[in-house]
Design a protein around this ligand. Sequence first.
Ligand code: DP6
Length: 343
Amino acid sequence: MRATTARAYPNIALVKYWGKADEDLILPAAGSLSLTLDHFETTTTVVPAPDAEADVLELDGAVADGGQTSRISVFLDHVRALAGREDRVLVRSRNSVPTGAGLASSASGFAALATAAAAAFDLDLDARDLSRLARRGSGSACRSVAEGMAVWHAGDDASSFAESITAPDMRMIIVTVNRARKAVSSREAMRLTAATSPFYSGWVSSTEDYLTQMVAACAAEDFTRIGEITESHALRMHGLIQSTVPPIRFLNPTSHAIFDAVAEARESGIEAYSTADAGPNVAVIVRPHEAEALAGQLSAFGDVRVVGPGPGAHLLTDADEVPAAGDNAAAADSPVAGEGSRA
Ligand code: DP6
């Protein structure tokens, strides 16, 4: 075993994953598609700790609580089983993503952890198997293993992984309206949706339809169709979530105002479309040359950041400036320095 460091970026889904076919294996009820970003990275180091009795997780320089540590340990048990080893490890993770606020921080977190842990335990995994491994930590993490636009296939344990597809170049404007940790986790809210919403089966079948259309739109470089599906699917997901018992609402009045402002921008000639994950923050897709102008307009609603397609999860070498213990450089670069820890 050896100490290894990996970096991964969050992704924002344009066709959303919301519901599992298998809770233990984290298999989705339907496929999904997302853009891996080039900002808000997580950098994670896995250090062998052969004499330790338990795994230790350090998030942004502080020892994490029991809940966060046990989720990491369950994931590491799977890595240990694959490697046929029992070694405990120290995991040091630096996150520049607003935590649990709907900016997919568990995706970058588990994609980075899977990549670093696989190398630390000398597992020889190809991109497909690395994506399958990341999936076991958090479903959406399997998409952050792949660069740019990526499809996550529904299926069984062997066939459910994410892979990149070609798509037209675009930018995403992330409008952060609230950095607080959300009251209900995606995992819990997803469970409640499948258990209580009368619309769940329609959601699953219509998601498969939209995914097929979205993949075709990406291949045809049809930005308009990509945008229409993106916004419609996001609103369907939030409608579905509001139909749970008891109801859950992730969007707030500012989120709705941003959807309205983007619709108005379309009327005035800037073609853009909104989406939002399990939180109030909104992500807006737009053609590259119009991104800065629209970001200026949307800055009235919160912090804006223009981001683009980013790389898949990858190992860092010393030459890439692997952060040392106690070094908070990665977090200092973040718009939310010092606030984050992973969901
Ligand atoms: C709204 O991947 O965080 O962002 O698999 O339970 O860890 P678990 O859920 P997670 O859910 C992400 C939900 C979403 C939509 C998406 O990213 O597709």
